[in-house]
Design a protein around this ligand. Structure first.
Ligand SMILES: [Zn+2]
Length: 691
């Protein structure tokens, strides 16, 4: 096994600093074993920052400076209105509107910030600078920037006026979108250059709002592509606050907003770049709930369990007035275990940035938006069934996709030649794939979408564009993946025995369905009620890996239009089981009976609101393995964790929160531990140590 080298960085963000004796706090955090202090100065607070950097250095602390550029300049912009960003409301006849944010491309506005960056880069002890806090170029279908500078720049480049009407059939419009992404990345690249011209050792990181890049607003609105942006910088940071942001509501349960962002950001970073997370450490009465002790456990452990190495609570002072403070700091002591392990790589879900921007631009947010209804639907199935996964950026497949046992392509509709070759290479070298909907190859030469790759990979042809949600049933007497079929049949039988009305009975269905034709040797394992194939599989053959094709997307809930009601969708369970079948083997660490023993599953087994409220994070290292279980809804349960045997013997198992030694059993190929979760167990961390 490859030796794991991992360093975890904890930052004490000392903010707000205006009414506090900050120097005393520096002594305090030093005492608490912090090595990095974070400051969040306004542009006019340079002198105070300089003084505090010196004080930090005296205490052998490194400094992380968080800065705002487009935001927080209201006073300045009120006297320089020509430097503000101008947005077009694409919903209402392109009426223009300005917000009190600066235009990031305005030379004077840029110069003001760049001088600030240049000056602070000279201060002692600076380890990292976070730039342009939570900024973007659009929200709520209002897009920018249409100021006089941007309009002139566009005209200079393309000889035409900037298009104002969204129209994906207009080449000038798609050129405008690409131009905007590139321009945004370039201006942040300039920030890094400016800082590095003074001190090339400083990390430069963009602080993105969770509104951008993943399951918030569509990327064509925000103008941000995070993986590409990371190429120009040293990393990307985000701050998913699950009791605050409405964006958390598309995640189930809402707390997994944190873990999903961690997996996503850590997963999509190009080689050598790092994800950073600012965790929620505060709440106001306008939030959904106050923070408790459990939030301290989750915010301290979940980022590092998901592969994030830089963690900063917002903020040290705010966390200190909450019950999360004590539990967070207790868990910082566990970093020495996590630094020996990295998240187990098993399923890689491809994040279709290009498909989101160029093929599925609407709706721009919510349950039916591209990322939520495609990538997140797959992720939710895997998470609820306890299969480990991460995300891969469609722009950086090569070298990444090979790290996973199985790759999931959730309606990846817009890929270029390089991306197509990466996927084909992976599959032809025995990589296993699960494809939903369509894979479209975009040929920029002919400006056409080509579906040949779908035929090549899956042996199917699409006859019709996206259709409505359709229910399906499994074929009888299937030989391929018969274990999966038998298993799911048991679940169906159990539900049926509890159900006296057809109205409530769970069913199988797929959303965003496609009508397909089978053109190559493969096995149909499920058909829609109209007889058309719903799921097609192919076993490893001729060097190619296993393949499963879904003619649509799985979802957690299924509609029964004849009763105008909703039921549990069994494709939510089937999807994860078929992913495991496709992978060819179970992960090195896995769980069983994951959902059976949750009391609500026993009490209301047909209720469509049911979902497992636990999360499973397996990690592996050279001489140890870790299994983190988070519990978000105070539900008791019990299950088993299995760990495959290695060449060296298992020496000990310990649970870190309770500090208890754990007994284990063993079989020929695996070790087994029993796990019981009670009402008050928000988190368990099992550490397995080998000889
Ligand atoms: Zn502008």
């Amino acid at each position: 096994m490859k030796k794991t080298k991992r360093k975890i960085y904890r930052i004490a963000m000392v903010h707000p600093w205006h009414h506090k004796n900050v120097v005393e706090t520096l002594d305090e955090i030093k005492e608490m074993k912090y090595e990095i202090v974070g400051f969040f100065p306004r542009l006019e607070e340079k002198e105070k920052l300089k003084y505090l950097c010196k004080e930090a250095v005296k205490r052998n602390l490194k400094v992380y400076v968080y800065t705002g550029f487009m935001k927080y300049q209201e006073a300045y912009l009120s006297t320089h209105p020509e430097q503000t960003m101008v947005l077009i409301n694409t919903r209402e006849n392109n009426s223009s509107t300005s917000i009190m944010w600066g235009c990031p491309f305005n030379p004077e506005f840029k110069q003001r910030y760049f001088s600030f960056l240049k000056e602070i880069a000279e201060y002692p002890g600076i380890l990292a600078i976070g730039v342009n806090d939570e900024a973007f170029l659009g929200y709520d279908r209002k897009i920018g920037c249409y100021c006089h500078v941007c309009k002139a720049d566009f005209k200079k480049e393309f000889g035409q006026d900037m298009p104002e009407v969204p129209d994906w059939n207009n080449p000038l419009w798609t050129k405008f979108l690409s131009w905007r992404f590139k321009r945004w990345n370039d201006v942040h690249g300039e920030m890094k250059k400016i800082i590095h011209s003074i001190n090339p050792d400083i990390r430069v990181v963009f602080m993105t709002s969770p509104h951008c890049g993943f399951a918030g607003e569509s990327s064509w609105v925000t103008g941000i592509e995070l993986a590409g942006m990371a190429e120009k910088l040293d990393g990307i940071e985000s701050d998913p606050y699950y009791t605050f942001h409405d964006l958390a509501l598309v995640f189930h349960p809402h707390e997994v907003y944190l873990s999903e962002w961690c997996r996503f950001l850590a997963g999509i970073m190009p080689e050598g770049k790092q994800a950073e997370i600012i965790v929620q450490a505060f709440s106001h009465p306008v939030f959904r709930r106050p923070l408790g002790k459990e939030d301290g456990y989750w915010s301290a452990v979940i980022p590092v369990a998901s592969g994030v190495n830089w963690v900063a609570p917002f903020t040290y002072y705010l966390q200190k007035i909450s019950p999360a403070f004590e539990t967070y700091h207790r868990c910082m002591g566990f970093d020495r275990y996590f630094s020996q392990c990295t998240p187990l790589k098993y399923t890689g879900i491809i994040h279709g940035f290009n498909s989101e921007v160029y093929r599925f631009p609407y709706p721009t947010q919510g349950d039916e938006s591209y990322v939520v209804s495609r990538a997140l639907a797959c992720a939710e199935s895997l998470r609820h069934m306890g299969l480990p996964y991460s995300y891969i950026s469609d722009n950086y497949l090569d070298g990444k996709i090979e790290q996973y046992k199985v790759a999931v392509l959730p309606d990846i509709n817009f890929i270029d030649n390089k991306q197509m070759q990466s996927i084909i290479k992976y599959y032809k070298n025995q990589g296993n794939i699960v494809v939903c909907g369509e894979i479209g190859f975009y040929n920029s030469g002919s400006n056409q979408l080509d579906r040949q790759i779908l035929a090549e990979l899956c042996g199917v042809e699409i006859n019709e564009e996206i259709g409505e949600e359709k229910s399906f049933s499994l074929e009888k007497n299937i030989e391929v993946c018969d274990d999966v079929i038998k298993n799911i049949q048991k679940i169906i039988d159990r539900k049926a025995s509890l159900c006296d009305q057809e109205v409530m009975m769970p069913q199988f269905s797929l959303k965003y369905t496609r009508k397909i034709k089978i053109i190559e040797d493969s096995q149909v394992i499920a058909r829609f009620t109209d007889g058309n194939p719903a799921i097609v599989v192919r076993e490893k053959k001729d060097g190619k890996g296993n393949m499963v094709y879904f003619a649509g997307m799985p979802s957690r809930i299924s509609s029964k239009p004849q009763y105008k009601t909703f039921v549990r969708n069994l494709s939510h369970i089937l999807f994860a089981q078929l992913v495991e079948w496709t992978a060819g083997k179970k992960p090195e660490i896995y769980i069983s009976d994951w959902t059976e023993n949750i009391p609500m599953e026993g009490q209301r087994p047909l209720d469509q609101r049911f979902m497992p409220s636990f999360e499973f994070f397996p990690l592996t290292g050279e001489k140890s393995a870790i299994c983190v279980i988070s519990s978000y809804f105070k539900e008791p349960t019990s299950f088993k964790i299995f760990l495959k045997k290695r060449n060296t013997a298992l020496k000990s198992v310990k649970e870190l929160i309770s500090k208890k030694k754990i007994e284990w059993e063993q079989e020929e190929n695996r070790y087994i531990i029993n796990v019981d979760i009670g009402f008050d167990d928000a988190l368990k961390i099992f550490v397995f140590r080998f000889e």
